[in-house]
Design a protein around this ligand. Structure first.
Ligand code: LR7
Ligand code: MN
Length: 574
């Protein structure tokens, strides 16, 4: 998932048609769509073979090109020579570097440059050619476009709105709702009201306190009058013909949730970059979003054309259209999700498990600025916010598979005294009321290629031929599994150290009890260890097979002790 995916260069003949500055480093192959999810270690940007380093601004600087004055083109005819026009990389002179750097953190992209690009610039039409043959109905439903934002950069917010107004059939746009999530910037107050007053379709709603994007979207949806809700991030550019294919899909089936292909507005040079076809949205444990290219085999088997909708196990989150009534039938978003993150998983599982479908529509394309960091402040710690949201989603939707979520580095979330994930009654009731299918059904039917073994390893055995002396090895009830919760489990019972002495016993499993957790150290030739938390002894204690009888003991770990070496008959984790 985290591999680089190639981005195709913008369409070549645009350059010939238009007499603009020769651009050498036009094509940037680094895929910006791979987010650095907060719940995964960040990878530094990888480059494709033969590429130049991308970690500076020199690629957008060309001393022979002059700074183009910021021309307000909103009301003027398009200027083919304007900086960034046609989605080409905009070039700045080297003496502008300081300004570029100075303003970078306002949005964690090239804000200085964005402010110089026309608000209604043209971008290359990146739709597959076959899209021209697609027909849509002439009585499509109208949509309310909802942008929520907090401290968004002025020029990108406006460019986002202009792209909707300019590139959508007017009769399909019921309104554009801007939900200001309690921004601190002055320019987003009266100046924004004033600017938008020239567009009768634009409505502005302001949150009275910071709510986060989930509750801000809900506030926008609550006042929406269109038949379809279309959610967009506030730093996007809708491409030619983006809307009709989304609405057509919903028109044909109101339970389909349609997403555009998310393309890339380069955060350094603001060029519009198209992405490869046949990409779907997926997740890996612990609920980390990613992109995945459909295999040739899948494409062949389903006889897929480049323009065919792509079924997605999960959506990226920010850009999609959904029938408004259906959105509310599904219970909208869980309003207990805070600020940012996880809501894409929630709505995706909910849609699939409760009778809907999520698709990427290749003939609908929208560019998005992928930023390395969030430019706005989080009311609480970002990691904590996201993991709490994800834990809510896991508890409501994942059934027994939630162990895989917690088991992939979220064990600490099991301790509900450390983290309060809030009340879930309403969400669980909703799931029951809607008679949603199980997560297993979802895995089997929507995401069958997902690797989701319920335990890490099965069949605990001693490493040696000493099976006879070990009672665990005899009879049908002798099979112990090593779970994602790190327990050594046999049905409902778990191997537990006794409070006193070095004996062990079986007790009812309790995933929240850290005393039942064992570390399996494959490096020290299959050793199951139990970490004693008591501060008095920081010594590692290991599960040991009694050498004389059938007993199991807990003894200080000694790596040379062969009675402490354990293995399993089958391992499932990668
Ligand atoms: O507290 C907040 N209040 C807000 O109004 C935090 C954010 N926001 C706004 C913000 O101004 C922006 O317009 O919400 C929007 C999304 O925030 P971003 O742009 O910081 O999010 P992102 O693009 O980094 O992250 C993706 O995942 C998010 C998880 O909650 C949301 O679903 C985003 O919409 C989503 N973006 C996309 O899907 C675009 C493609 C990214 C990919 C892959
Ligand atoms: Mn975004």
């Amino acid at each position: 998932v985290d591999e680089e995916r190639p981005v195709k260069p913008p369409i070549e003949d645009v350059q010939e048609e238009v007499n603009i500055i020769e651009l050498k480093e036009q094509v940037r192959m680094v895929d910006k769509r791979n987010l650095n999810p907060v719940n995964e270690p960040t990878n530094s940007t990888k480059l494709l073979a033969g590429e130049k380093s991308d970690d500076n601004l020199t690629a957008v600087r060309n001393p022979s090109v002059h700074k183009v004055l910021a021309v307000d083109l909103t009301l003027a005819p398009r200027n083919p020579n304007a900086v960034g026009q046609f989605g080409w990389a905009a070039l700045l002179s080297s003496n502008e570097d300081t300004e570029v750097k100075r303003r970078w953190n306002e949005g964690y992209f090239n804000v200085y440059l964005s402010d110089r690009i026309p608000l209604d610039r043209a971008i290359p039409d990146t739709r597959p050619e076959m899209c021209a043959q697609n027909l849509v109905h002439d009585d499509l439903p109208s949509t309310s476009v909802i942008f929520c934002f907090v401290d968004e950069v002025w020029s990108t917010l406006l460019r986002s709105v202009h792209s909707v107004l300019n590139r959508s059939p007017p009769h399909l746009i019921k309104e554009v709702i801007l939900v200001d999530d309690f921004s601190t910037k002055e320019y987003l107050k009266e100046p924004l009201d004033e600017y938008m007053s020239q567009f009768p379709k634009v409505r502005i709603v302001r949150m009275k306190e910071r709510q986060g994007l989930i509750r801000a979207r809900l506030a926008g949806a609550a006042i929406a009058q269109g038949e379809v809700l279309t959610f967009l991030d506030s730093h996007i550019e809708c491409n030619v013909g983006w809307l009709e294919p989304l609405l057509e899909r919903i028109y044909l089936d109101r339970k389909k949730v349609a997403c555009p292909v998310i393309e890339v507005i380069n955060e350094k040079d603001m060029s519009y970059m198209l992405v490869d076809n046949f990409q779907r949205g997926i997740f890996k444990w612990p609920l980390v979003f990613g992109w995945d290219t459909l295999s040739q085999e899948y494409i062949k088997r389903n006889n897929m054309a480049v323009t065919d909708p792509i079924r997605c196990p999960v959506m990226a989150g920010g850009l999609f259209s959904i029938d408004k009534k259906y959105f509310y039938e599904l219970g909208a978003y869980d309003s207990g999700l805070d600020v940012w993150g996880g809501e894409n998983m929630e709505i995706s599982f909910k849609i699939w498990m409760c009778g809907g479908e999520i698709e990427i529509i290749p003939c609908s394309r929208v560019g998005h600025i992928f930023r390395g960091q969030s430019p706005y402040k989080f009311p609480k710690d970002k990691h904590k916010t996201v993991e709490r949201n994800l834990a809510r989603v896991a508890e409501v939707w994942l059934d027994e598979y939630k162990e895989l979520f917690y088991g992939h580095s979220y064990h600490h979330l099991l301790d509900k005294t450390v983290i309060d994930i809030g009340n879930l009654t309403e969400q669980i009731e909703l799931r029951n009321r809607l008679k949603c299918k199980s997560f297993k059904w979802y895995l089997d039917n929507v995401y069958p290629d997902m690797h989701a073994p319920l335990v890490q390893a099965e069949g605990l055995v001693l490493n040696l031929g000493l099976r006879k002396c070990l009672s665990l090895q005899e009879g049908s009830l002798q099979c112990f599994n090593f779970t994602w919760m790190k327990t050594i489990r046999q049905q409902q019972l778990c191997v537990a150290p006794q409070d006193e002495g070095n004996g062990l016993a079986l007790q009812l499993c309790d995933n929240t009890n850290p005393k039942l957790r064992w570390d399996y150290r494959s490096s020290s030739s299959a050793l199951a260890e139990h970490i004693i938390a008591e501060s008095s002894s920081s010594q590692l204690m290991c599960l040991e097979a009694g050498s004389q009888d059938n007993s199991l003991l807990l003894n200080p770990c000694v790596s040379s002790n062969i009675f402490q070496r354990w293995q399993f008959t089958q391992y499932h984790a990668q």
